[in-house]
Design a protein around this ligand. Structure first.
Ligand code: FPP
Length: 224
């Protein structure tokens, strides 16, 4: 059985779900937050050590301001209401991406990271204003600046996921088969599961089904 340490998820389909059931994309994001909580709980049950969630990409800034504001308000609500609970559950919150949000949100993100920094049961990497091409380029620039040898080990060292093992699994919900500039380096050998369900409809059963399937896959890593 394959060991499982790290699951990465592209939580796609909130907008479509919201339009379909509530005539509002934002309602889909609200419903998506419930799924986030379910998957966090199940990850702990499954003894997964790292969960990386794509919450906002560098390209998502192109959305209408009203939707962007809603998403960040939702994030603020989530952190201010739930950080104590996450901390009690021994969850560590780590932000990947560029933290250039409002002063208030940056402060809340830094506070949440600091408060949970020593926790070890589950590390949640929340990808916010994250873009993988930027991350890789930035890493190359840092190698050059520090006169490091250009190799895989050094490139990985400057990624925002340094010290985090690569994900064994990527899940993308929402019936779309693309990577959308997410962890392009780190996913080189991950098993990818594209799910038809929209993120708010995704549940623990779907998650467990994927985990079970993954555990039985013969992983070759280029070998035979
Ligand atoms: C993609 O669906 C989802 C997002 C851009 C936001 C993800 C946010 C959440 C799951 C809720 C908030 C999470 C936290 C941690 C506070 P989409 O809007 O692109 O859906 P579509 O493809 O149907 O348009």
């Amino acid at each position: 059985m394959n060991p499982l340490n790290h699951v990465a998820i592209i939580m796609d389909g909130n907008g479509r779900w919201g339009l379909k059931y509530k005539s509002s994309r934002n309602e889909g994001h609200k419903a998506g937050l419930n799924t986030v909580e379910k998957i966090i709980k199940e990850s702990i049950k499954q003894k997964i050590n790292f969960l990386t969630l794509y919450a906002f990409s560098t390209e998502n800034w192109n959305r209408p301001k009203k939707e962007i504001d809603y998403l960040f308000n939702l994030l603020e609500y989530f952190l201010s209401q739930k950080i104590d609970d996450l901390h009690k559950k021994d969850i560590k919150l780590n932000i990947i991406g560029i933290k250039n949000f409002s002063k208030k949100l940056n402060k809340l993100l830094n506070f949440s990271e600091q408060k949970t920094s020593k926790n070890t049961t589950l590390q949640i990497n929340l990808a916010l204003n994250y873009g993988s091409k930027f991350e890789i380029l930035d890493s190359v620039k840092k190698m050059k600046r520090n006169n490091d040898k250009i190799n895989e080990k050094n490139l990985s060292k400057y990624l925002q996921t340094k010290n985090i093992p690569d994900p064994e699994i990527l899940i993308r919900t929402g019936n779309t088969k693309r990577l959308s500039n997410f962890l392009l380096w780190q996913l080189a050998y991950s098993e990818i599961f594209f799910e038809k369900k929209l993120w708010p409809d995704f549940n623990e059963k779907d998650y467990i089904r994927i985990i079970k399937k993954f555990k039985k896959i013969k992983r070759n890593f280029g070998n035979i």
